[in-house]
Design a protein around this ligand. Structure first.
Ligand SMILES: [Zn+2]
Length: 564
């Protein structure tokens, strides 16, 4: 099947292959919804506050999948005066006013409503939550799997689930995959296009690491900062096979060398009760703050489409904000690193603008940049990036490059997602090449050329001389060490995009990437999807280039566009 090339701002592909595209709705629908939303712009914050204040009842209504009473107004010949009750309305506050259409493809996205309380003395999180789980695959499910990422040995946490119900009825569950997955048995199959509400309670203990700036701690406490990505049971991805019945739940353990999280674009409402002195850095947008005791503050955030929800915090963070194309960008730093913290803010604003121009609009109201116990490295999260302590002082010359790389992940990871263990190149190579595009924009081609030579060409030349060059598209653990992994997946991967750009020319290269984002925004891609995008361009030499540099894994699967 051919994929139509979509221009920015044209009809979006559904987030899930099985989803009925909302394009079937009347053409006037998006404009009407936007108008309606704009009219409600000021009251919407107040409405969201009220909804959040009575969150439980609202959450139950959402989670049961009750649909808005559209039949009512659609049948009426009278002008619509009754407010439309939209289960996705609560998430609008996370999006910029001109980006509310993003939610139109989210009616079949998983929805999380989480409520957690943190005790930083005992390093304990007590949580409860509901997840509306849609079956968007082609086959019935006899079970549903959740990932318990904190139990990965390189996260070092301890997440225990106490209770699970399915649509209100008690459910049986077992742990598997070294306690990093929770298998919930369904009393009857969950059919395609159906959904189930899973309610869970859990307890999480987080680790404490040594207080040294070189520490690389994705999860837990170090240097007065606590990072808690994926502090909740996270719905696993169901990878559909070539034929009905051959799909499997993704429960890969990964390694500390690469990223671990693989998730559907989901919608989150998160309520967290924290010690009042903690400054939280999260995904989403804050909609409510309550002082619940002399020492505790309760926050509520909502997100738009989001791969996960990050909670990161410190009692000593200072911060500053700036605006970029309607998004509030906030930088958080340790008190002694104000110069670095303000520089990170400048780089974040500049790179968010540059990538919005290149790849398409960034739809969210908030984006956050924060120091974290990650040494000289960085890590991407939805609407947030965490950057190692060393980047704010000893490694300051690398701060701009890291900020640009992590910002590019807001397109390549958050919008267009991929299996981070089996095919890490799909987001890392283009996030890395994006740094060069950012540099050209900000500093000119000469600096970008030098960067390309030093950061990618030279290390890859050394690999070739040592006889350890290999193809870009391979699983994280297939590389012989971290150096080969980073040099090939990031460096050679970036050089593949440089070669692709040379073949296509600047403007076609840009259109190619924009079409690729538009075709897969909020979805998940595999090598075959990238190859299919190359086929659409209609130049056989591009496929040859792909084969030589990226590899022939996808070519072995299919030599023609799959079109999913
Ligand atoms: Zn990256």
């Amino acid at each position: 099947m051919n994929r139509p090339l979509l221009r920015p701002g044209s009809a979006r592909q559904p987030a899930f292959p099985h989803q009925v595209t909302p394009a079937a709705a009347p053409a006037a629908m998006p404009a009407r919804r936007r108008l309606f939303a704009l009219a409600l712009l000021l009251p919407v914050l107040l409405a969201t506050l009220l909804l959040a204040a009575c969150g439980r009842d609202r959450a139950t209504a959402d989670a049961t999948g009750e649909s808005a009473p559209r039949r009512f107004w659609q049948r009426s010949a009278e002008p619509v005066v009754t407010p439309v009750v939209d289960p996705l309305e609560r998430y609008q506050v996370a999006l910029k006013a001109d980006s509310l259409a993003v939610l139109e493809s989210m009616d079949r996205a998983p929805r999380y409503t989480l409520d957690v309380t943190l005790d930083v003395i005992s390093r304990t999180l007590t949580g409860s939550g509901e997840v509306w789980v849609p079956n968007n695959s082609r086959e019935p499910w006899n079970q549903v799997l959740f990932r318990l990422y904190p139990n990965l040995d390189y996260y070092g946490g301890d997440l225990t689930v106490h209770n699970v119900t399915l649509d209100g009825l008690p459910a049986n569950f077992t742990y598997q995959d070294e306690n990093t997955s929770l298998r919930i048995l369904l009393p009857r199959p969950l059919l395609p296009d159906d959904g189930v509400t899973v309610r869970l309670t859990w307890k999480l203990l987080w680790p404490s690491w040594v207080d040294a700036s070189a520490v690389y701690a994705l999860f837990g406490k170090s240097q007065q900062m606590t990072s808690l990505p994926l502090f909740y049971p996270s719905l696993a991805v169901f990878d559909e096979g070539a034929s009905v019945g051959s799909g499997r739940w993704w429960t890969t353990l990964g390694t500390v060398r690469g990223d671990a999280a693989y998730n559907y674009a989901s919608l989150f409402t998160v309520k967290a009760t924290l010690p009042s002195e903690q400054v939280p850095v999260t995904s989403g947008s804050l909609v409510l703050t309550n002082t619940v005791s002399p020492t505790q503050t309760q926050y509520t955030w909502v997100t738009g489409p989001s791969r996960e929800f990050l909670l990161h915090m410190s009692p000593v963070f200072a911060s500053a904000s700036e605006e970029a194309y309607g998004t509030r960008v906030t930088s958080y730093w340790l008190p002694e690193d104000e110069v670095g913290g303000r520089a990170a803010l400048r780089y974040a604003v500049a790179s968010l603008r540059a990538f919005s121009d290149l790849y398409g609009d960034y739809p969210f109201r908030d984006m956050r940049v924060s120091v974290a116990p990650l040494g000289f490295r960085g890590m991407e999260y939805p609407q947030a990036m965490l950057l190692g302590v060393d980047l704010y002082n000893r490694q300051r010359p690398n701060l701009e490059v890291l900020v640009a790389h992590e910002m590019a992940h807001q397109w390549w990871y958050q919008m267009v997602h991929n299996d981070p263990v089996a095919a890490p190149w799909l987001d890392e190579a283009i996030a890395e090449y994006s740094v060069r595009l950012y540099m050209e924009e900000l500093s000119g081609a000469d600096r970008a050329d030098l960067f390309e030579y030093q950061r990618w060409e030279l290390p890859n030349e050394q690999l070739r001389q040592r006889g350890t060059d290999t193809v870009v598209s391979a699983p994280v653990d297939s590389f012989i060490n971290g150096t080969q992994y980073e040099t090939v997946v990031y460096g050679k991967g970036a050089l593949f995009f440089a070669a692709l750009r040379k073949e296509l020319g600047d403007s076609q290269f840009r259109r190619f990437l924009q079409s690729y984002v538009n075709s897969h925004r909020w979805g998940i891609v595999a090598d075959e999807d990238f190859l299919a995008a190359l086929h659409i361009v209609g130049k056989p030499e591009l496929v040859q280039l792909y084969r030589e540099m990226v590899g022939d894994r996808a070519l072995q699967v299919s030599a023609v566009p799959t079109g999913n």
